[in-house]
Design a protein. Structure first.
Length: 659
């Protein structure tokens, strides 16, 4: 129930001698259904009166007592809004507050709508009504959704493993930066758009796509002799032999149908080669027993100079030892202590490494860990561990020996390099997209201009000259529109457009932008521009919102030869919603998923609109923090919804809509 409806209910309950039991029942039902709670603020006494579900005065609060029910900062915001209403600076207000339950860390979230409940004979407010809506569940659902999306992108992009995603048809759809570095990919987007197949990957070519299951692979591929026509690309620059291990994880829906495939892997060439070198060194060390003391002295000296530590792990006692001296250990850690020294996102990795050594794996272990320890600059220290199994006389693993090195500077440099590389790639992609669009879409109107211009110099009938001139003008207009749209979209992509909010009476400007967009509409089309407000002052970017309205109306007029075009707007819950509905040609079902792609054409070569209108509208809406949705049925019409967040400073609905 809205604020105006609740006000009407209370005024009616005071003016009509209706049965009080029935009034309480109606109010109780309304509060329970909408998860609402009501309170009054008496301006004279500055006291708050909280109403029970039956609509009676449950308790009176002074300002200090009432403030203790909410977060202090949130309550100060609400109190400021209340003072604005009392002093006549506004009629209504909507605020969000948090409330912490006693002896609990749980927090409830409320959306409170405040309006004037009563006035005196001179029209000044004497009491305010607060409608308190519990939106805790809604807030937590949104938090959970945001958390899951952030977790996926963070894990995929920041993983220390190569991550590659294939769709259900085995076509590559995403690849993270680490995998690009491993396989020598310079242009990530080109690889994603290249329709590369899982079956063409030499490491997984033997896996049947229709029967694929969770699979762990270890491969040795010599790329110098494996560049056949299927996997030879201009984007991948890699040669030589690579040792690679990976896991293939298919994702299936509830029906068991394949939805996609994730591949996580790593290049272990360096680890294998390092292991081979270490094995070779171990054999030489065993042969040179007479020089062992000198070797130990040299190692100890090198450890002190290079700040490298020796590490030993003893699976039988579950003890981890770190030392800067070969002869004695300095620090001893339990497994639990080792895990807690790592940051939360690496604790599972540390636990996995320890578990592998507890099971006496014979593979060398190389791992980079982010720790909770900080250096003198306040940075969290990154440590790289290189460990190999040490065997006893019976050939069994006795312990694991290796080195620990501080690689904080190297990791920080790699992270900064990755950020700068990404920025450079994005800039290059913008340039390439601009040149591609210009060369492809401008060719047709430009050829028309050149063709008809040449016909003036060729032998022709003078009666045809007006037709030639009209064709040149039409193609020139199309060419100018395309160039302007491409330049405008390029500015949006490069974030060169400034978005600035100003207070605007949307009810006054809405009709003008609609008319400009509908100026070329067919005379057989009925235009309906609906105005639900006498006055609606909101803070928006008028120029860009007007551009959105004008482009949507222009698309509707081009696609509708007869029938109706209806344009309407509405302000609800902090968002301005704009709806453009037509009964025109509609959009084919095969094109609907791609209407926001730039210059997309279906198999018949048909393009939606000019190819740039909807992408520009989508980019503008997203830059203003809004959302856009489209629904269409071929041959019956199209409906587009746009929602843009804003704040209503003044709103006055038309009476016929209120009733």
């Amino acid at each position: 129930m809205s604020i105006s409806a609740l006000n009407h209910f209370f005024k009616r309950s005071h003016s009509i001698p209706e049965d009080k039991t029935m009034q309480k029942a109606r109010l109780a039902l309304t509060l329970k259904t909408g998860k609402l709670q009501l309170w009054f603020y008496h301006i004279a006494s500055r006291h708050y009166f909280l109403l029970s579900e039956e609509g009676t005065h449950e308790r009176e609060y002074n300002p200090i007592e009432f403030a203790q029910l909410f977060d202090r900062d949130d309550f100060e915001v609400m109190r400021s809004q209340i003072f604005d209403i009392c002093e006549g600076r506004r009629e209504t207000a909507v605020v969000s507050l948090r409330s912490f339950a006693e002896k609990s860390e749980k927090c409830n979230h409320y959306r409170i709508s405040i309006s004037i409940a009563n006035r005196d004979s001179q029209g000044r407010p004497t009491a305010l009504l607060g409608v308190q809506h519990d939106v805790t569940d809604e807030f937590r659902r949104q938090q959970e959704t945001d958390r899951l999306l952030m977790r996926y992108r963070t894990v995929f992009e920041s993983s220390l493993m190569d991550m590659i995603y294939y769709d259900k048809d085995g076509v590559l759809r995403d690849i993270n930066g680490r995998a690009c570095n491993t396989f020598g990919v310079d242009n990530r987007q080109s690889v994603i758009n290249g329709n590369y197949l899982l079956q063409d990957n030499p490491m997984f070519s033997g896996l049947p796509l229709d029967k694929i299951e969770d699979t762990r692979t270890s491969s040795i591929v010599d790329f110098s002799h494996n560049q056949n026509e299927k996997n030879k690309t201009d984007e991948v620059h890699i040669s030589g032999k690579m040792y690679y291990e990976s896991t293939i994880n298919p994702i299936r829906n509830e029906k068991g149908e394949l939805e996609g495939i994730y591949m996580a892997g790593r290049n272990i060439s360096e680890m294998v080669e390092s292991f081979h070198r270490q094995q070779e060194g171990t054999r030489k060390l065993m042969k040179a027993t007479k020089d062992i003391e000198q070797y130990i002295a040299n190692i100890n000296y090198a450890l002190r100079v290079s700040d490298v530590r020796l590490v030993n792990y003893y699976p039988k006692s579950y003890t981890f030892e770190i030392s800067n001296n070969v002869n004695q250990g300095q620090l001893h850690f339990s497994q639990l202590r080792c895990i807690r020294l790592a940051t939360p996102r690496f604790r599972r990795t540390v636990n996995s490494v320890l578990n592998r050594m507890d099971h006496f794996t014979r593979h060398a272990i190389t791992q980079v860990i982010e720790t909770e320890i900080r250096d003198k600059k306040g940075r969290q220290i990154w440590l790289q561990f290189n460990m190999v199994p040490m065997l006893d006389a019976e050939g069994k693993v006795e312990r694991y020996f290796g080195m620990c090195r501080n690689v904080t500077e190297m990791v920080e440099t790699e992270q900064q390099l990755a950020v700068e590389t990404k920025k450079a790639k994005e800039t290059e992609l913008l340039k390439q997209a601009f040149l591609t669009n210009m060369s492809y879409e401008i060719r047709t109107p430009l050829n028309n201009v050149l063709g008809f211009a040449k016909m003036f110099n060729a032998k022709h009938d003078e009666a045809e000259e007006p037709f030639f001139a009209e064709q040149i003008k039409s193609s020139t207009d199309i060419l100018l529109t395309l160039v302007n749209d491409i330049l405008y979209l390029s500015r949006l992509d490069a974030h060169m457009e400034e978005f600035k909010k100003d207070e605007v009476d949307f009810a006054l400007i809405f009709d003008g932008y609609c008319q400009r967009g509908l100026k070329d509409a067919s005379p057989d089309v009925k235009i309906n521009i609906e105005h639900p407000y006498n006055c609606l002052v909101i803070d928006i970017d008028e120029t860009h919102v007007g551009n959105i309205i004008q482009r949507l109306c222009s698309i509707a007029s081009k696609e509708t030869q007869q029938g109706t075009i209806t344009v309407r707007y509405e302000y609800r819950y902090g968002e301005l919603s704009i709806k453009v509905e037509d009964t025109g040609n509609g959009i084919q079902s095969d094109m609907l998923p791609y209407v926001f792609d730039r210059f997309y054409r279906n198999e018949q070569g048909k393009m939606c609109g000019t190819g740039l209108d909807l992408p520009i509208v989508q980019t503008l809406v997203q830059n203003m923090g809004g959302s856009i949705d489209i629904q269409s049925e071929f041959g019956k019409g199209t409906t587009v919804w746009v929602s843009i967040p804003c704040t209503a400073l003044t709103q006055e609905k038309k009476r016929e809509l209120d009733s």
